[in-house]
Design a protein around this ligand. Structure first.
Ligand code: PNS
Length: 164
């Protein structure tokens, strides 16, 4: 069988243990996995693209077949450019399903040969999202065990930066 390259796209603002769990699962399923950070975010991100890439690289450096990259524009165009065969996305709960289904079907309409593969993260990460991590942290709550340790450190530094 041909080697399968998959793209795991997202905003990763910041990477959570749920993302990392999915990356580890995906790296066992596919020959190569590219974690691709969207650069043209409409939202106002907490971390810059380069900060997010650095954190992803640090969190995944132990997985040899995983690479971190950035992309802008349509995901299907980026996937074509990389000659990827699959897109990896995580589904945590039923509420993710509608949005993910819409995206997967739109991507299939645009690129019929590209398959979207959904994986579920470990049960203990099903409630974790970057948005909630940012919110809890910004309101003074603990995000220990929800993000890698160095992300927690970066969040603290970010907090100190905004206070300055
Ligand atoms: O982690 P997120 O923010 O839910 O990721 C969403 C992402 C980056 C996968 C999605 O917004 C995306 O693919 N954007 C690129 C633009 C695009 O291709 N849009 C059409 C998708 S159907």
């Amino acid at each position: 069988m041909a080697e399968i390259l998959a793209i795991y796209p997202g905003s990763f603002d910041p990477i959570t243990n749920g993302h990392l769990d999915l990356i580890e699962r995906g790296s066992k399923l596919f020959n190569r996995l590219i974690v691709a950070v969207l650069t043209n975010l409409e939202k106002n991100p907490l971390f810059s693209v380069s900060e997010r890439v650095e954190m992803l690289q640090e969190a995944t450096h132990h997985i040899p077949n995983v690479r971190v990259d950035t992309f802008s524009g349509l995901l299907v165009d980026y996937a074509r450019q990389k000659h990827a065969q699959a897109i990896l996305r995580g589904i945590r709960a039923f509420t993710d399903y509608e949005y993910e289904l819409q995206m997967a079907l739109m991507n299939r309409k645009l690129a019929p040969d590209l398959e979207t593969v959904f994986l579920m993260p470990a049960l203990n990460y099903t409630y974790v999202s970057s948005r909630l991590v940012r919110e809890v942290f910004q309101l003074g709550g603990s995000v220990t065990c929800l993000v890698p340790e160095m992300v927690e450190k970066r969040l603290r530094e970010k907090g100190a930066e905004t206070v300055r």
